[in-house]
Design a protein around this ligand. Structure first.
Ligand code: BG6
Length: 290
């Protein structure tokens, strides 16, 4: 179906009562609701849902470059291209009892002017009870190797950023984007927020918890093939400077991305890379007992 702006959209539902919405523009999940119809992903109140701008919210795909870690446009071009439904996806292990959508973005002559490589980027979106799984894959369909960086830029909805705690990144090294990508080591027991944060945590554990005290909800982020994790909140000044971000929106979002940034992924001709991210929610009391 088309959304109100005429963008083709696929709605996924599952018997447990949760749902997700995916735009072919950007191959972007723009909504994920639990069985109580509560929205779990953040969407900016000033989001521009019109090409050629990227949409600020949901889960943008950053490819073939994360951020400004390279000479391409910020976060690469995949987030503002029209993807297609992949009608014959190459085999992947079955995602039992999940509702699944396969999308594909292929290289074009236009894009090869800035990034001269032939590729197929696939995304499988699977929805199950309380769980949203994303499986990105990149295939080198070129005759020479290429490398890329990648991120699933998860805009999570939180009730109050000042009350949020991120666990699983303590003691890790990170690049601080606010300090010319200088490398630091995390000293805090958990990450909390009282100002702008823009960091790339390196070689993280496979499980990260984003604990939202007020809503007593914990997001669990599990990832494979995506060793790094980005944590970003614009805070007030940067929010005001971004035209597609409401002035107060920063209070209700946290970007916690699964990413491969420090060590770019290298693919020889015919090789395929695969990542995986599972987002789920559990009650905070359950999580603290683990
Ligand atoms: C984050 C980056 O992932 O995305 C930030 O680390 C950036 O530096 C933010 O500001 C938003 O990027 P954009 O291009 O969507 O405004």
């Amino acid at each position: 179906i088309n959304d109100s702006n005429g963008l083709p959209k696929v709605i996924l539902t599952e018997p447990g009562g949760s749902s997700a919405e995916v735009l072919l523009y950007g191959g972007q999940v723009v909504s994920w609701k639990n069985d109580r119809r509560e929205e779990l992903l953040f969407m900016s109140t000033k989001a521009i849902l019109r090409p050629p701008k990227a949409i600020r919210g949901g889960i943008p795909i950053c490819f073939p470059q994360f951020g400004n870690f390279g000479s391409l446009e910020q976060h690469g071009f995949a987030r503002n291209r029209l993807w297609a439904i992949d009608t014959s996806p190459s085999p992947l292990s079955p995602t039992n009892s999940m509702t699944t959508l396969d999308l594909i973005l292929k290289s074009t002559e236009e894009d090869s002017k800035t990034w001269p490589h032939c590729f197929e980027l696939r995304l499988r979106v699977s929805l199950g009870p309380g769980k949203l799984t994303l499986i990105p894959r990149v295939r080198n369909t070129d005759s020479k190797p290429f490398s890329f960086t990648f991120a699933l830029h998860n805009y999570l909805s939180v009730s109050d950023i000042s009350e949020v705690r991120v666990e699983g990144l303590e003691t890790l090294d990170y690049f601080d984007n606010l300090q010319q990508k200088e490398r630091f080591t995390e000293q805090a027991d958990a990450i909390t927020f009282d100002g702008e944060v823009d960091r790339v945590y390196l070689s993280t554990p496979t499980k990260i918890a984003i604990i939202d005290h007020e809503k007593k909800r914990t997001f669990e982020l599990r990832k494979e093939g995506l060793p790094d994790a980005v944590v970003w909140n614009s805070w007030d000044k940067k929010a005001k400077a971004l035209p597609d971000f409401g002035d107060e929106d920063y209070k209700y979002m946290l970007c916690a991305d699964s990413a491969a940034i420090e060590n770019p992924i290298v693919l020889k001709p015919c090789e395929e890379w695969r990542g995986r991210q599972e987002l789920s929610t559990v009650s905070s009391s359950y999580f603290s007992g683990q």
